[in-house]
Ligand binder design. Structure first.
Ligand SMILES: [Zn+2]
Length: 376
């Protein structure tokens, strides 16, 4: 079966993150078993009680407490939702050398390329073990990969994480962190400010402090990135109930993307200092911080043989990504990791997502050569 046909079959299986991914996992399990790989399902229940499954397929190794492989190819099985009016969403359609469909680019093209690569290789000629890892719930917070990392499900020396990079090897990525900040005030008639305490004014002072912190973080530079520092954003803010009521509550969402090597909690420490300062200024200032994500970035050295090999095989210079990927969890599992896949992240997640057919085919060759060089 060609990579094109495999991609069409993968796209036809609806695997939006809110649904169970059992359908696509069943398909991948059959395909891996028919190539002679050993497979193991690692199921869990998501926050809504829906069954999700991570799948590991091994060549040249057994499942045990200490499963260790030379190379892991990692692809997530879930996709973002699609507009029901997009008729090609589940029906791969080719036009002008582009293959359209939900997940065609992110990340089913990489999965199709991986399956084709292992089918083209004589697995019995490999002397070092290889793994294919298919994860759940990447699009809603890398949840499947985090479970694998927490469970220490296996070890890998090298990992290629298949996100769309137009086949450029990306050797480092920023982390992703999120917190809700809730400021409590005291409601009163707005004609009598002394009777209340405005949560909106409190939030405004804290946000001004965050703008200063943002400037402070700019001084800690990682030249491989653009922008070269940890960025932060207050993307949502809501406070108060009416124009003539002193606001009793104001909340905002703080997002930040830490450069690798910097503790993702560093911003929370700086925020705590700003809150303490505000409390000294105003003893009535009440503020809760609900940090829901603190995902670290990752970095693999420019001199790693995985990086130099993929630079040679693709003809593309190594780079970095500003979005979160499962490479961080693969790093936790011991791997030197690189993010690489066909398609462009800028067309992912939108109606009309596509992967260039030529990149899909080129990816098969790159993965085949990578497996042969690292595992043979
Ligand atoms: Zn993705």
């Amino acid at each position: 079966m060609t990579e094109h046909e495999t991609l069409a079959q993968l796209v036809a299986i609806d695997s939006v993150s809110s649904r169970s991914n059992a359908g696509i996992i069943n398909y991948l399990e059959r395909r891996c078993e028919s190539t002679g790989l050993r497979v193991k399902r690692l199921p869990y229940m998501d926050a809504n009680g829906v069954e999700k499954i991570n799948l590991i397929a091994l060549s040249g190794a057994e499942f045990s407490e200490k499963t260790a492989v030379e190379l892991a190819l990692v692809g997530h099985t879930d996709t973002v939702p699609y507009d029901p009016n997009w008729h090609e969403a589940l029906q791969l359609t080719e036009r002008e050398g582009k293959l359209f469909g939900r997940g065609a680019c992110d990340t089913k093209a990489f999965i199709a390329a991986s399956l084709t690569a292992i089918a083209n290789i004589k697995l019995e000629d490999l002397h070092r073990p290889l793994a294919l890892i298919f994860t759940a719930d990447e699009e809603i917070g890398l949840i499947g990969a985090k479970r694998l990392a927490e469970a220490r499900a296996m070890q890998s020396r090298y990992a290629i994480v298949g996100e769309p990079t137009s086949l450029r090897p990306m050797r480092a990525g920023k982390g992703y962190c999120l917190a809700d900040i809730i400021i409590k005030g005291r409601e009163a008639h707005s004609a009598y400010p002394a009777l209340g305490s405005s949560a909106v004014f409190g939030a405004a002072r804290l946000i001004a402090a965050l703008e200063n912190i943002s400037g402070q973080l700019e001084a800690e530079q990682h030249p491989a990135f653009d922008p070269a520092y940890t960025t932060l954003n207050v993307g949502l803010l809501h406070g108060g109930t009416a124009k003539n009521v002193i606001a009793g509550e104001c909340r905002f969402t703080l997002e930040w993307r830490p450069i690798p090597g910097q503790d993702p909690r560093r911003l929370l420490d700086l925020l705590d200092q700003a809150i303490d300062e505000e409390k000294r200024r105003d003893p009535d200032f009440v503020c809760e911080v609900d940090a829901s994500r603190a995902d670290e970035g990752f970095e693999t050295s420019l001199s790693s043989i995985l990086v130099t090999m993929l630079e040679e095989l693709t003809g593309n210079e190594p780079g970095t990504v500003a979005f979160g990927t499962e490479a961080a969890q693969m790093t936790e599992l011991g791997a030197e990791a690189v993010v690489l896949g066909p398609g462009d992240i800028r067309v992912a997640h939108r109606t009309g997502e596509f992967v260039p057919a030529a990149e899909l085919t080129a990816c098969v060759k790159i993965l085949q050569q990578a497996i042969q060089r690292l595992c043979a």
